[in-house]
Structure formats: structure tokens, C-alpha cells
Design a protein around this ligand. Structure first.
Ligand code: NAD
Length: 464
């Protein structure tokens, strides 16, 4: 039986909010040594408890250990360390570019905290989508309330317990709960709300932010297409695509959602995927420690129904087990635009292949739909790659690789339009939670130059 989430009592939420507002107002969170200590504690919080996090992720998602380390735990420690070593540089005030008319006014951009930050996170990467964001918000000098997902009770309980143990709880708190608790939180004004999750709830968050005039960033999902060109390194393409689709059982916001391939290359591409599938899972994908499970019975039923209802041809997988929420990596060929697999973000280990007569048909299809979080292209042909890069819009664009770009140092991560707004990781996370406060400090002697602005106005002053 899975662990039960320990809900934060609804009637305590306002009190917690007020306590954190008071801490922020006291100025405590702004001191650089204090920020540094809290970020360091956050790094230790993960590092000291790797095994507990692995166990929690295994309980919530059936996560293989290597996926937990690579995609949640180690990546988060790396991000926090990066923030720790760099944030003082990011936080330094910046002089405005020199301009003779204004230089004496000492124009400076101060990097100030926004205040109390609300981070609402999803179930799929419950460490990577919480810990580095807390680090960014701390680095910028804010107070933080984290609302983790109710769908990962073991990890969300662990986060609540460890935050109490390692961090200053007058500055950072975890509120656990589901819709009622999140709705309560959204009644208050925030320095910033960062929401990661599906677009349907994203609209609710954006509307709530509008009511309290709280700035909102949305990290959403969508259907990320993969263009496969016959002039690609086929073996590498098959490996990277299959891995990107099966890691975390396809429950990755940037997972390859569907394939666009020329009709006459579909057969060769499927053959390469079948070979790689044999290499990845020589026994069975359901063997212990090989594949994550779907997060909930509802998620299992949704993806299972997609498999049952597709009109395409299943060429790999198709096996499912309701009791363990297991869905085998499933590849479906000859999928048409009206198929159920093309109707929503799949968010499971099912990969439809949609054959097209030419690349322009594929581009027209992608451009007629919501801008995805990522567009992928596998090709060795620079012209082909450039055509995809230059004729699509998406959060990110990646050639010959899948799903690793959110972890690549120095790149911003975020969507565009229906796949989200705002950027995080590294300095971009710090910037999200930072107010650029313009400041001047104008000396009195400048009135010798500026006195023309004072009344009484007259024609002579206009000429001056
Ligand atoms: P979700 O939308 O179901 O839930 C996310 C959060 O929203 C949870 O904390 C939940 O408690 C809260 N929530 C749910 N219903 C709510 C409501 N009615 N009012 C207020 N809050 C509510 O998302 P999910 O299923 O947990 O995550 C999957 C989605 O997230 C996918 O679409 C995926 O692509 C997207 N995602 C995006 C990113 C990114 O960085 N862009 C990362 C991971 C996941």
C-alpha cells in the first residue's frame, strides 16, 4: 500500500503565509551570508538523504535507481551547487550604461527579492522541479512556500520533513495538499507564483494570479514532435528517441511525444527501434528496476485507453498491467492526425509514428498546433536541421538528442505560449525571482542644469 500524504490543515495555511510574510519584511532573508547558509543547507538536505529520496521515488513512481539519480537527485545537487557558487555575482547591483546626461544621477539596477514566492510543482520530477527552484528563490533573497504534488505522497512527505530539519522554517515552508489547499494559497497576493504542470490547471493559476496581481510563470507541457530525416544516424536516433520516451515511463514534460517521418522511411525506422528495444530490454521491460510505472491508477487508465483506442498498428509493446500500473514501451505506426494518440499530450511510454509525404507536410502539421515545449530533429543534414530550426516555434529546439537539455548548464528552460512562459535553471531561475529595482541618487548641484523644469514656465525656459 502506498504512503498517505500528510495534508497541511487548511486552517493553518493563512497563519503560515503571514509568518513568512513577516520574516520577509524583517529583512532577514536579504543578508548574503544568510542566503548562502540556507542554500548550503539545501544542498546537504539532498546529499545527506539520497537513499531516502531514492526510496520515496521508487515508492511513488516505481523509479529505477539510475533514473532517480540522473534525472532528479544528482541534477538537483548540481543546480544548487551552481547557484551557491554564482549567486553573489548575480546579485550584485549593476550600473546603467554610461550616458552623459544621466551619469551624475548614479543610475543603478538593484537586484532585489520579490517577496514571498509560491512554487507549485507536479509529480513527474518531484526533486528537480522543487529543490533547484527553492535554491533560486533563496539566492534572490525571498521567502518561499512550496506546494508539492499530492500524487507523489512519499516524496512530498519527505520534502516537508526534511525542510523542517534543514532549513529556517520562518523562511521556507512546505504545504502539502491537493486542490483545496492550492486554491486557498491562491487567494493571497504573492511576490511571484511559479507553476509547473498541465495547461488546464495553468489557466486556473494564471486567472488566480490576475485576481491578486501576482506575477505568474507557467512551466507547462504539450506534444513535442520529433522530425526524423532519412539522412540521420539511424542507430543513435533510435536509441535516443526510445530512451527519451521510456525514461520515467514517458512522464517527462519534454518527452518526444510523436514522430514525423517520410512514409517510405517508416519501415526502416521501425526496424531500428525494434533492434534497440531488444538491446534495452533483453528480458522484459517489466523486469524489476528497468522501468518506472505510471503515477496513479487514473494515469494508467488514461494511457491504457489511448493504446486500446488507437487505429494505428502496434509494432512494439502494447502490454499493460493494471495492478502494478505498468505500461510497456509501445510504438504505434501509421498513425493519422485524427487518431486519439494525436489528441493530447501522451505523458506515458507510447510513441506514435505519423508518416508524411514530405517535410513541408510535417512542418504544416506542427505549426497548425500549439507551440510545443520542445521540437526535436534527427538529421546529419545541416539544411534539413536549419529548415526545422527556422520554421517552427517551441520552448527549445534540439538536434540529435532528447530530453537532456533542461539539465544543460547555462541554457534557460521554459515554454512559449501554450507550453508556458518564464525561464528557469541557473541564473534564469535567479532572475525569475528577482525584481530589477531601478534607482537614482541625484546630487543637489544638478539643479544648476535642471532648474528649467520648475515653474513658473515661460518661453525663455523652453529655448534653454
Ligand atoms: P497537474 O496540473 O495535475 O498538477 C500540478 C500541480 O497543480 C499539483 O501541485 C496540483 O496539486 C496542482 N493542482 C491540480 N489541480 C489544481 C487545481 N484545480 N487548482 C489548483 N491547483 C491544482 O500536473 P501534473 O499532472 O502533476 O503534471 C503533468 C503536466 O506537467 C504535464 O502536462 C507536463 O508536461 C507538465 N510539466 C511541465 C514541466 C515544465 O517544466 N514545463 C515539467 C514537468 C511537467
Amino acid at each position: 500500500m502506498s504512503e498517505k500524504l500528510v495534508y497541511t490543515p487548511l486552517d493553518e495555511i493563512e497563519k503560515i503565509y503571514n509568518e513568512l510574510k513577516a520574516t520577509f519584511a524583517s529583512g532577514k532573508s536579504r543578508a548574503i551570508p544568510y542566503r548562502k547558509y540556507q542554500i548550503l543547507q539545501l544542498a546537504y538536505m539532498v546529499k545527506d538523504n539520497v537513499k531516502l529520496f531514492e526510496d520515496a521515488l521508487a515508492a511513488d513512481l516505481g523509479r529505477p535507481q539510475i533514473e532517480s539519480r540522473m534525472m532528479d537527485i544528482d541534477t538537483s545537487i548540481g543546480e544548487v551547487k551552481d547557484t551557491l557558487t554564482s549567486f553573489e555575482k548575480w546579485a550584485k547591483p549593476e550600473n546603467a550604461p554610461f550616458a552623459l546626461n544621466y551619469a551624475a544621477m548614479r543610475p543603478v539596477i538593484r537586484k532585489e527579492p520579490k517577496g514571498l514566492i509560491l512554487i507549485i510543482s507536479p509529480f513527474n520530477y518531484p526533486i528537480f522541479l522543487t529543490i533547484p527552484l527553492i535554491a533560486s528563490a533563496l539566492a534572490a533573497g525571498n521567502a518561499i512556500i512550496l506546494k508539492p504534488s499530492e500524487n507523489t505522497p512519499a516524496t512530498s512527505n519527505l520534502l516537508a520533513n526534511l525542510v523542517e530539519k534543514y532549513l529556517d522554517t520562518s523562511l521556507v515552508r512546505v504545504i502539502n495538499g491537493a486542490v483545496a489547499e492550492t486554491t486557498k494559497l491562491l487567494e493571497f497576493p504573492w511576490g511571484h507564483i511559479l507553476y509547473t504542470g498541465g495547461g488546464k490547471v495553468g489557466k486556473i493559476i494564471a486567472a488566480a494570479g490576475a485576481k491578486t496581481l501576482s506575477p505568474v510563470s507557467l512551466e507547462l507541457g504539450g506534444k513535442s514532435p520529433v522530425f526524423v530525416d532519412p539522412k540521420c544516424d539511424l542507430k543513435v536516433a533510435a536509441k535516443r528517441i526510445l530512451w527519451g520516451k521510456t525514461a520515467n515511463a514517458g512522464q517527462t514534460c519534454v518527452a518526444p511525444d510523436y514522430i514525423i517521418v517520410p512514409q517510405d522511411f517508416q519501415g526502416e525506422f521501425v526496424k531500428a527501434l525494434q533492434e534497440v528495444y531488444q538491446e534495452f530490454y533483453p528480458d522484459s521491460a517489466s523486469a524489476p528496476g528497468q522501468m518506472s510505472r505510471l503515477v496513479s491508477p487514473q494515469a494508467f487508465t488514461r494511457v491504457n485507453n489511448l493504446i486500446k483506442n488507437t487505429k494505428g498498428t502496434i509494432v512494439i509493446g502494447g502490454e499493460t498491467d493494471e495492478a502494478t500500473k505498468f505500461i510497456a514501451p509501445t510504438i504505434v505506426k501509421d498513425v493519422t492526425p485524427d487518431d486519439c494518440l494525436m489528441s493530447e499530450e501522451i505523458f506515458g511510454p507510447v510513441l506514435p509514428i505519423m508518416p508524411v509525404s514530405n517535410i513541408d507536410e510535417g512542418l504544416a502539421y506542427v505549426n497548425a498546433h500549439d507551440h510545443p515545449l520542445s521540437v526535436y530533429v534527427f538529421s546529419q543534414d545541416n539544411e534539413f536541421k536549419a529548415k526545422i530550426f527556422n520554421n517552427t516555434q517551441s520552448g527549445s529546439i534540439v538536434a540529435n538528442e532528447t530530453i537532456i537539455h533542461p539539465g544543460v548548464h547555462g541554457l534557460p528552460f521554459g515554454g512559449i505560449g501554450p507550453s508556458g512562459s518564464g525561464y528557469h535553471t541557473g541564473k534564469y531561475g535567479f532572475d525569475m525571482f528577482t525584481h530589477l529595482r531601478s534607482s537614482l541618487d541625484t546630487p543637489g548641484w544638478m539643479d544648476r542644469l535642471l532648474s528649467f523644469r520648475y515653474p513658473p514656465y515661460n518661453a525663455a525656459k523652453l529655448k534653454a
